[in-house]
Design a protein around this ligand. Sequence first.
Ligand SMILES: Cc1ncc(COP(=O)(O)O)c(C=O)c1O
Length: 451
Amino acid sequence: MALTIADIGKAVLDTEYAVRGPIVARAQELEKSGMEIIYCNIGNPQALAQKPITWNRQLLALCAYPDLAKEAASVFPSDAIAAAKAFISGSKHGIGAYSESKGLKFVRDAVAAFIKNRDGIESDPDSIYLTDGASKGVQAALRMLIAGTNDGIMVPVPQYPLYSATITMFEGRLVGYYLDEEHGWAMSRDLLEDSIETAKKAGIKTKAIVVINPGNPTGSVLAASNIKMVIEFAKDHGLSILADEVYQDNIYKEGASFMSFAKAMAELGEKSVSLFSFHSTSKGFLGECGQRGGYVETRNLPSDVSAQMLKMQSVSLCSNLPGQLATYGMVCPPPAGGPSLPLYRQEKNAILEELKIKAKLLADGLNSIPGFRSNEVAGAMYAFPRFELPKGRTDNEYCMALLEKKGICTVPGSGFGQLPGTAHFRTTILPPRASLEKVVKDVAVFHAEYS
Ligand SMILES: Cc1ncc(COP(=O)(O)O)c(C=O)c1O
């Protein structure tokens, strides 16, 4: 007899991932039947007309087909050919062979140099693991941390559902802590203390805290003081920190800047809190979601714990090699003085400038709709506006109706978590400007009519 649903474990059945839920499935159906859909549901830049960065694609092309360097040397700039040759010789066998479990050593060296250059602190390549996107790094950390069904992980509310889904799948307990919407989605020590205290009363042993900075779905950028507060909090409660920093290049707010948890810990001289920091090729200005590149850097892990992390990586042999190469391209931009740098800078600036314009366009547009209120989109790729919902309606119904009526695909706030009694949806800032302008106009009309 074939497998039945009754054979499937509860943890899998209970796992939910709102970003690709029933509203997206319906959007695809509607699209097939001829309706024009604006996909605002997922941070997938190249699905929304963002062009790949030439430098990365040249490296990928040259490493995938090394003879290209000979055959079309006139097409590829000399520094891209040199970088591809460095990758092929550093990897010994190119992108068709497994690498060591943590990922190619010379790529990890390059990641460590990138971190040192970014933060002015040392980074140990042996504490870096190259992963298939940041998601796999997050899952590896959570797999290690959730040792029993009473183990809790503090996760922001609202959060990116990778966390809730993975905690459910690994049969841990999600300990939500609220972000302060009234203050630009900042974190507060009081809210963290409330959350851990409530968990304790429920018999949960809290093991770690997740921080997403810049924030998804909130679009916020945390101040350095907030980051340091979290480190003190983690230290006081014996928690590990999972710092999701995949949007570190996506900062639009004047005066705001990215501070890594690694740097903040170094400034505090903190050496007792275990830290997992995640980065990815999917976001920033590369938008290479399909390449599945990323890394996790660990700090303050005892060697026997690191050995377990390595063992877990080795169970799937290694992360994919094109993804490792994409990560190499991310941390090693074209060298100064070479022929590739001007185009690289131009492409990077154009993408980030456009995102900045769209971040403002969307937040301002949503704020002009009566009944809507959005915080500034200071970073990342999303707005998470709050809106008034007619009595008896849910945010799911609202977003489904918005899709059916206007072809706008958003994700209901309940998929990320929100204060009881409030309603939100998440929309990306990624669609082209004209589409975003249409989104704002159509949401205004829809909202005025929705009952
Ligand atoms: C906050 C956050 N973390 C992690 C990820 C996963 O990214 P990837 O696995 O593509 O690197 C995403 C993707 O949207 C994200 O928004």
